[in-house]
Design a protein around this ligand. Sequence first.
Ligand code: UT7
Length: 324
Amino acid sequence: MSQFQSIIRSVGGYLPENKVTNEDLSKMVDTSDEWIRERTGIKARHIAAENEITSDLALKAAKQALERAEMQADEIDLIILATSTPDQTFPATAVTIQAELGITDGAAFDMQAVCSGFVFALTTADQYVRSGQAKNILVIGAETFSRILDWEDRTTCVLFGDGAGAVVVSSEPVGDENQRGILTSKLRSDGRYRDKLYVDGGPSSTKTTGHLRMNGREVFRHAVTNISDVIKETLEQANLTIADIDWFVPHQANERILNGTAKKIGLPFEKVIMTVADHGNTSAASIPLALNYGVETGKIKQGDMVLLEAMGGGFTWGAVLVRW
Ligand code: UT7
């Protein structure tokens, strides 16, 4: 058994200034505020400025998280950035963040699990802490999906937005059973479904960036079942039940998926942190952005049992259980 446990010390977030409403979109493609709100709950999304790239968004969220943790950047010994929209094919965008923060020690790398990216990155950070290989880790989710959307495809362009969120994860000696920290997590992938949500380009295949393509109905069909199953397994691993959860912080893709999941697992809707209306689906950024909202509004308090969950392209999905 490990001597170390990961606590989430702080959280930060950033949304680009340019807010695009459903009404604005209805002037660009054949859609309506009513259709988007009814099917998804989304009212607006934030779009990065032309000269603003993923590392810029990530840096803003990371700096806020560091400030709130009252830490200097050089105390960080690992940066894990979850993103599917890196600044460049390589090097990893995480090394740009590392350099911009003035960090010359430790390591930095990107992680790619699309909308599940933050859950994958947080689980990886937890393993670094548990194995004693890192003390303070910046875990960031940052995306500029606006750059990979087909703005003429109304079935996808209305759903996504840009943003970034970050947490500082620190190592602490394992304490008593009520100690704060990541209790357990569970990751899953099933590549048989990789053509249900994908980008139709890439450096090795088309030598282009490509555009996001999705079979929305198929994703929806699998989402509630996959998410509910992984939550059940995560709770079982921790010997807890749904009644022990104070806050459910899901990946913010679609209000109907979140309500359907809450209903299926028997969680009251009041315990669901919901931010999708304000920023649409920001992929790997959505969970830390929702955490940021939960903490800033005073909903999530120290000691609360928080359940994080995501599902996305691949398919990938997973859950993390944290005592805040
Ligand atoms: O992180 C995971 C990310 N992915 C998701 O969360 C997506 C999961 N899927 C969904 O949320 C839903 O499937 C959507 C919101 C994407 C679509 O909702 P739906 O109820 O499954 O609609 P649909 O795709 O079956 O389309 C219904 C109709 C179609 O018209 P017809 O063929 O019935 O005449 C579409 O062409 O709605 C039409 N439609 C639109 N109409 C107005 C599709 N997109 C739009 C639009 N505005 N933006």
